[in-house]
Ligand binder design. Structure first.
Ligand SMILES: NC(=O)C1=CN([C@@H]2O[C@H](COP(=O)(O)OP(=O)(O)OC[C@H]3O[C@@H](n4cnc5c(N)ncnc54)[C@H](O)[C@@H]3O)[C@@H](O)[C@H]2O)[C@@H](O)CC1
Ligand SMILES: [K+]
Length: 524
């Protein structure tokens, strides 16, 4: 598990640790770790530290101090180090160390700074760290812009300047780093977009903070965590123990969403998928996924094929649209369902069931229009994107995208459900738990239908017995991994080829297999 913290949590832990150590120990540990990472990177891009050009963007606080002390270490190894002093003050000890090591420093002047930054092999962003708040003031904002034009690497100290360490929010200009060297523990903003995306690869330097840290504010599952949580198929397993997931999705207008959702569930290892919809989507689902057992809803009645084509009619006269469906351990409600009266009646019936229900897509629109649907005792998992959450909370979409952590938490509290907010980083909130941020994925996943696949994966995991919180986090992880594999991309998620949503479903078994082998080895 990767754990992350707010700036206040980090400061409190740092104070407690500092009280046990001689003054300056922590900064010296931080600077040593930072210099070691920079030396390694410089060796990669320049061939050696000696003779390389390093430019430090130094703010007025301890973040600047870290950068200056690290610069001194690099200067002692023969790097040409120049510091641009951007603040009204400068960390005195750090500056003295840099100058004593043969480095240079000068106050900010835009032309000179632009030249230095452009020609650098490595730009060290020490403008602000966990002490930053709000949009970068000048000249920091200008320097963040100049850093984008360097031909060298940009390394952020602790957090990229301009990224709110506690939330990942970016209020204005912000440094975009290839590498962020962070001290003691991850900060939330390194896991949550838009900040996470500015951080690049994150390297954690141990400064001894571990024993002083409280429970995390945010966490991210690793592959090993996912393998540990996934339901395992054992010799005793039958389809009911593996989990039967019901999927109420699709409409005559939207058949594809149903096919994709069922596909996600089938390929994520559901013991059985029971699919309930009108005739047209049922036809498509049966054609693509013969594994699914389908039930056709017709004008308030329904017929079930129970794998065969028998046309069972409800005989008890009740208008429960689920009466012929059979046993289900968790439901997925909503992809392509529409929002008409038929869809509303189906939503009401599904949400009245005493099993976990995942609500997605049109299901979320129905719930936004009739909050009473969420009054239930069994667990509910909502999986909105920012637009859908905007309707649920009555908050503009842009605000949700800018403040993902705040809004996913608020949604979980207000709606009394587990909430998975989709996006460039998917985040999951449940009252009383750390928010989970997903670290897998690829920009290629931003294509129509991938959310439908995700709903099926999470539904299968819910039916397999995972809690909403674990099912959501594992589903997001596997979905991101499968998307990445389908795109043929590297571990940074930058795939080379576009993908279609169905590719993600099809890539799932191989992604799960690779993950399991990496975690426990073949033959286990
Ligand atoms: N406290 C500790 O024990 C340690 C702290 N360390 C470093 O210290 C950093 C925190 O240092 P500080 O508390 O001095 O804070 P920072 O150096 O992060 O920032 C504070 C300074 O930035 C200015 N500032 C804040 N927001 C700004 C904005 N939007 N635009 C322009 N200027 C802004 C403030 O006026 C203040 O001068 C950490 O991020 C880390 O790099 C490390 O050395 C490890 C140990
Ligand atoms: K920084």
């Amino acid at each position: 598990m990767r754990t992350a913290y707010t700036s206040d949590q980090i400061r409190t832990a740092e104070r407690a640790l500092m009280a046990t150590l001689p003054e300056g120990t922590l900064m010296s540990r931080a600077a040593a770790g930072l210099a070691a990472v920079c030396a390694r990177l410089l060796t990669g891009v320049h061939g050696s530290v000696y003779g390389s050009r390093v430019v430090i963007l130094a703010g007025s606080g301890d973040n600047g101090g870290d950068a200056l002390y690290a610069g001194a270490r690099l200067a002692r190894r023969g790097a040409g180090v120049s510091a641009v002093l951007a603040g009204s003050r400068t960390h005195e000890g750090g500056l003295a160390a840099l100058l004593a090591a043969g480095g240079r420093a000068g106050a900010f002047a835009e032309d000179r700074a632009a030249d230095l930054v452009r020609e650098a092999d490595l730009v060290l962003d020490g403008l602000v760290g966990i002490g930053g708040s709000g949009a970068l003031r000048e000249p920091y904002g200008t320097l963040a812009g100049l850093a984008a034009d360097t031909r060298g690497l940009v390394v952020a100290v602790d957090v990229p300047s301009g990224v709110d360490a506690g939330t990942g929010e970016v209020a204005g200009a912000a440094v975009r780093a290839q590498v962020t060297v962070t001290f003691g523990a991850y900060k939330n903003g390194l896991l949550i977009d838009p900040g996470a995306e500015r951080a690049g690869a994150v390297e954690l330097v141990d400064i001894g903070l571990g024993p002083y840290l409280p429970g995390p504010d945010v966490e991210a599952l690793t592959g090993d965590d996912v393998v540990r949580l996934l339901p395992q198929a054992g010799v005793e397993s039958d389809k009911y123990r593996r989990g039967v997931v019901g999927i109420a999705a699709g409409s005559d207008r939207y058949t594809g969403a149903a096919v994709l959702s069922v596909g996600g569930a089938v390929r994520a290892g559901a013991g059985m998928v029971r699919f309930v919809s009108s005739a047209e989507p049922v036809r498509y689902v049966r054609a693509r996924w013969p594994e699914a057992v389908t039930t056709v809803l017709r004008d308030g009645a329904e017929s079930s094929d129970a794998s065969q084509a028998s046309q069972a009619q409800g005989s008890d006269g009740s208008d429960d649209p689920l009466r012929e469906v059979g046993r289900v351990q968790a439901w997925v409600l909503g992809p392509g369902l529409g929002t008409d009266a038929r869809a509303h009646a189906l939503a009401r019936a599904v949400l009245a069931e005493d099993v976990p229900v995942l609500v997605d897509a049109d299901g979320l629109s129905l719930v936004a229009g009739d909050r009473a649907l969420l009054r239930r005792t069994a667990p509910t998992l909502l999986t909105p994107h920012a637009g859908e959450l905007s309707r649920l909370l009555g908050v503009p979409r842009a605000e949700i995208e800018a403040g993902r952590l705040e809004h996913v938490r608020r949604a979980a509290a207000e709606l009394g459900a587990t909430v998975l907010l989709k996006g460039s980083t998917t985040v999951i909130a449940e009252n009383g738990h750390p928010v989970r941020a997903n670290t897998t994925g690829t920009p290629w996943l931003a294509t129509g239908g991938t959310g439908d696949v995700l709903s099926g994966i999470a539904g299968a995991l819910l039916a397999g017995g995972l809690s909403c919180y674990d099912a959501a986090a594992c589903a997001a992880y596997l979905h991101g991994l499968a998307g990445r594999d389908a795109a043929g991309g590297g571990p940074d998620g930058r795939g080379r080829a576009p993908i279609a949503a169905l590719d993600v479903a099809l890539a799932l078994p191989a992604a799960i297999r690779a993950l399991t082998w990496a975690s426990i080895g073949p033959g286990q």
